[in-house]
Write a protein of this length. Structure first.
Length: 338
């Protein structure tokens, strides 16, 4: 359970400790300013109003989508990489490597890069903190960080995002940066549409996710013919689907494959700038392997990775992928009669 009194947030105006021995500091960290011809200069076509974007990049396709879209718009950017998050495509962009225990080095690097805005994208494991390696800025945050790591994903990400905002770095979400181009649109994505039974399963799954929302548990559930087969929690969507695929046949006697729906939607009170649910070819393939007939997401509340490839995979596997409205999922309550 949460402590009765949360640790006080550190004073964002407090001076930072000087770099520790062996800490390269901002001068050795490449970033947005590395894109500029000279200090204060900007790449041709770069709008001064947008500033430099810091992408805190985990694994998966979303960080790459964001980097490519911002580079195409000629916006300066820097990738912020923590342990075990680097992928080959990242070598094409300015990037900084950081550790969770070196918060002072992180913000010196962001200042050197000229970062004015930050977005979180991709999958990242919860860190195992090594307090004995922490710098002074990290030590000030340590009690709060340890408490946040014991919370649900939304509470944890809100807490860590607030650290950036207190330093004057504005938080934004992938939806805003992609301009709606990756949003799950209402209706079918591909040739197939879920039937009435599948939509009924999606409504039940949405009710389950909504009921668990105040507990900050997960963003998805699997329901087949009214039977809840799985709820997403710390294991994530991929492992949840693998667990459904591994169910013995007698556990699915009421709902033999192919039947059932993977439902993905944000938690009811979630900050949608953080950890928005994503759908893509891999999740569609995993849903098919789990013996499901449809993947349903809240329209406007999910991102689609590689829309055309996702539709092609769904059609090839005979699976429906569908953007459902809040009303279709039973999330809009009718006004009481007077």
């Amino acid at each position: 359970s949460a402590p009765s009194r949360r640790p006080e947030a550190p004073d964002p105006a407090a001076p930072e400790a000087p770099p520790a021995p062996g800490d390269p500091g901002p001068a050795a960290a490449p970033g947005c300013r590395a894109l500029r011809a000279g200090r204060g200069a900007r790449p041709r076509g770069h709008s001064p109003a947008t500033g430099c974007l810091a992408i805190v990049a985990g694994r998966g396709a979303l960080p790459r989508m964001l980097a490519e879209a911002q580079a195409a718009a000629r916006r300066a950017l820097v990738l912020i990489l923590f342990e075990d998050c680097e992928e080959p495509w990242m070598a094409a962009y300015p990037r900084q490597h950081h550790r969770f225990e070196r918060v002072g080095a992180l913000f010196r690097g962001l200042a050197a890069a000229g970062a004015s805005e930050v977005v979180f994208a991709g999958t990242m494991q919860r860190p195992r903190l090594r307090p004995w390696t922490a710098d002074r800025a990290a030590l000030a945050l340590l009690p709060r960080a340890l408490w946040l790591l014991a919370q649900g994903d939304d509470a944890m990400l809100r807490g860590f995002a607030a650290v950036f905002e207190r330093r004057g770095i504005r938080l934004t979400g992938p939806q805003a940066l992609l301009g709606g181009t990756a949003d799950l649109a209402p209706g079918p994505l591909g040739a197939r549409r879920p039937d009435g039974r599948a939509l009924g399963d999606a409504r039940r799954a949405a009710a389950i996710v909504s009921a668990l929302g105040p507990l900050d548990v997960g963003q998805g559930a699997v329901v087949a013919r009214g039977l809840c087969l799985a709820v997403e929690a710390a294991q994530g969507t991929d492992l949840m689907l693998a667990q459904v695929a591994a169910l013995p046949p007698h556990r699915r006697r009421r709902a033999p494959p192919p039947s059932g729906v993977l439902l993905k939607m944000p938690k009811p009170a979630q900050d949608r700038r953080l950890d928005l649910p994503t759908l893509g070819p891999e999740k569609v393939s995993a849903a098919h392997a789990a013996g499901l007939s449809a993947v349903v997401g809240l329209a406007g509340g999910c991102l689609v990775i590689d829309r055309s490839e996702t539709a092609a995979v769904a059609d090839a596997l005979g699976l429906a992928v569908y953007g459902a409205s809040a009303a279709e999922l039973g999330l809009e309550r009718p006004e009481p009669s007077r």
